[in-house]
Design a protein around this ligand. Structure first.
Ligand code: COA
Length: 154
């Protein structure tokens, strides 16, 4: 039912819906404009075409509905960083956790990463809950952010 997939140009309107409302308020950024969403999907495809890929962005597809994105960044030391953004009307249904678990598999197989990190603001406990449910371990607080780590499994 839930699947991670590459973004296409046709996803721009759905990406704009993801980056709106309470989602962007929580991220501390303004809502995406139509033009920004179109530019974003172009950039995502450029990142995906790089060799090596340093930034993966995959769509979270629930029965044909693009409800969010997950992101995986590759650091020069081989460590990966993950994050996730879900459309407001899809919160609380376990989608972020399921998508993150899929991303962990992707990170350890397709991306070849065996160490992942993540962080969230102190005022975003739902994000921390997602990380813990997906198997991350809380490390501590640094610069107002709570840091997590996971040794990815194949
Ligand atoms: C954070 C976010 C990804 C969560 O997505 P989601 O699909 O609702 O997450 P899930 O349903 O998989 O899990 C959410 C968990 O957080 C819990 N939760 C929700 N609000 C909470 C709160 N205020 N305090 C504590 N836990 C909370 C839920 O109860 C659930 O845990 P449970 O399954 O043990 O009950 C989503 O709210 C979002 O996109 N927010 C805006 C972007 C963002 O903050 N991204 C993370 C950046 S670090």
């Amino acid at each position: 039912m839930i699947a991670l997939r590459p973004l296409t140009d046709a996803d721009a309107p759905a990406i704009r819906r993801v980056y709106s409302g309470a989602t962007v308020t929580s991220l501390g950024r303004p809502a995406m404009t139509e033009r920004e969403a179109e530019d974003y999907v172009v950039r995502v495809r450029e990142w995906a075409a790089a060799d090596p890929v340093e930034q993966y962005v995959l769509g979270v597809d629930v029965a044909g509905d693009l409800v969010g994105v997950v992101k995986l960044g590759r650091r020069p030391d081989g460590h990966g960083r993950v994050s996730y953004v879900l459309r407001e009307d899809c919160w609380g249904q376990g989608y972020a956790t399921k998508a993150l678990k899929e991303l962990i598999v992707f990170a350890s197989t397709a991306a070849g990463l065996d160490s992942l990190g993540a962080k969230h603001h102190l005022n975003n406990p739902a994000s921390g809950r997602v990380l813990v449910k997906a198997g991350f371990t809380r490390l501590g607080i640094e610069d107002g952010m709570i840091e997590y780590q996971l040794l990815a499994r194949p």
